[in-house]
Design a protein around this ligand. Structure first.
Ligand code: CO
Length: 477
């Protein structure tokens, strides 16, 4: 392999306000822990600061009694650097497909309230699930960063998720209007030399103005090497997290990469001295999260299980939990061997929420029942029926017959089957008496019960009810 250096500044996206604490601390960083350093973060010269979307929205409403829209507006009032969010295509930030009118409104309000860069992905890499959100991002003036979820699988000794697969997908997304292409390695399965080849292949076919933005974690310990190789291959932007919440299950740390690239043709232009006071602040946040037993030391280390079994870390702990509950903890190795079989049967979905849960649960059932597909979950059925979208590879038809038992399959874009729902949801919220602003409708659309609880708390607080009382289960009316 030949390494050629060219003059090209590399840019960083800082993830400490989103993925870093989502990955290490159950997304529990509070707004008051962000506010003191926003001006300093703004002066660093990041490409963007990831601060919204993903699990932050759910966590604000569910655990922190914060209005996620209010958080976004406050962040924006302190930041000129673009705020980046993570959006799960037609799923938005929730767990089902939403109708197109809700998707468009959600994107419109996100951008209106301060999001500058929207990274949008689909768990199955089905571009049809990105169509409406991508159109809306462009329409309302955001930077549209469409994602290819990295995954790998061998059929008869041949890698099926080869460069051609990813290049075709990236080209399709570029044609649909993507400004950036994100290569998202959610499980840190990507290995450095593979990453080099892949970014080279993408660079060779994408337009020169289309930026390649790489996202990985350091769960398996390859993250820094992956970034360095991607940068050598031509990646424009990579995601890092300041060291107090960097590495392990989070992103590779910001400071070592800044130092690594300094004085080279890839210099980020970031002054490491300016990072130090911010690092000092986040050390106190890290300590608070540890004191509250939210941040576990284990999430800081290296876990090679993902590389050994090709299942993401979160999925492995789910498998262990499910088996323990069934009293079959001794069947773990059998289940780990069954995961790739189930994945093959259902057309090799990348293993990320929700496909990782669906495949993992079905593998446990197949092993525990002693017969494959004797029992199937509704989600497995829906996956085989095309209700999550088109699977990357063909289904195992024999298994599909058993799973579906003659049930209908769909080949259209799943959201084509959904009638508009925004006005109906809005009317319901108004009738409940909780409507204050249009954004409330979106919170309610995506997290119905959780949002309702938050609205109750908000109403109680406004009526001057004691804050601690308002946090409890009982709400004075
Ligand atoms: Co991530």
């Amino acid at each position: 392999m030949e390494l050629k250096f060219d003059q090209r500044k590399v840019m960083l996206t800082e993830t400490i306000l989103r993925d870093a604490h989502q990955s290490q601390a159950a997304t529990r960083m509070r707004l008051d822990e962000m506010l003191p350093v926003l001006e300093q973060l703004d002066e660093i010269g990041y490409y963007s600061i990831e601060a919204w979307g993903g699990a932050t929205f759910d966590s604000c409403l569910r655990f922190l009694n914060e209005d996620p829209w209010e958080r976004l507006r406050l962040l924006k009032s302190h930041l000129k650097t673009p705020i980046q969010m993570l959006l799960r295509g037609q799923n938005l930030l929730g767990y089902r497909h939403y109708a197109d009118d809700v998707v468009e409104q959600f994107v419109a309000k996100s951008i209106e309230n301060g999001v500058g860069v929207v990274r949008v992905f689909d768990a199955l890499n089905d571009p049809r699930n990105l169509e409406v959100s991508m159109q809306a991002i462009k329409k309302y003036g955001g930077v549209c960063e469409a994602t290819i979820c990295y995954t790998s699988a061998e059929i008869e000794g041949r890698e099926v998720f080869d460069n051609d697969y990813f290049v075709n997908l990236a080209k399709q997304l570029e044609e649909m209007g993507a400004d950036n292409i994100c290569l998202k390695d959610m499980a840190n399965l990507l290995l450095p030399l593979r990453a080099y080849e892949l970014v080279k292949a993408l660079k060779a076919v994408l337009k020169p103005e289309t930026k390649i933005h790489v996202h990985t974690h350091n769960t398996t310990g390859t993250g820094d090497m992956v970034y360095l190789m991607c940068i050598l291959a031509g990646a424009d932007i990579v995601d890092t997290a300041l060291s107090p919440l960097g590495n392990g299950t989070s992103q590779p740390a910001t400071e070592p990469l800044v130092a690594t690239l300094k004085g080279t043709p890839y210099d980020t232009g970031i002054d490491i001295n300016k990072l130090l006071p911010i690092v000092k602040h986040f050390k106190t946040v890290e300590k608070r999260l540890k004191d509250d037993k939210i941040l576990n030391e284990k999430s800081k280390g290296i876990d090679v299980n993902t590389l050994l079994y090709q299942v993401p870390g979160g999925m492995l702990s789910n498998l262990i939990n499910q088996l323990e509950k069934a009293g079959k903890a001794d069947k773990l190795m059998e289940c780990l061997a069954e995961v790739p079989n189930v994945r093959r049967d259902c057309g090799y979905p990348p293993l990320v929420t929700p496909s990782s849960q669906i495949v993992g649960t079905q593998a446990v059932m197949n092993v525990v029942m002693g017969k494959r597909y004797k029992m199937v979950t509704k989600e497995t059925k829906d996956l085989f029926a095309g209700k999550y979208g088109t699977l990357p590879m063909p289904l195992n038809e024999e298994v599909a017959e058993i799973v579906l038992k003659g049930a209908d399959r769909i080949t259209c874009r799943p959201a084509d089957l959904l009638a508009p729902e925004y006005e109906e949801i809005k009317a319901k919220l108004i009738s409940l008496g909780y409507y204050e602003k249009e954004e409330d409708v979106l919170s309610y659309a995506v997290f119905e019960q959780v949002a309702e609880n938050f609205f109750k708390w908000r109403a109680a607080k406004k009526q001057g009810v004691d804050r601690d009382m308002a946090k409890g289960e009982v709400y004075p009316v």
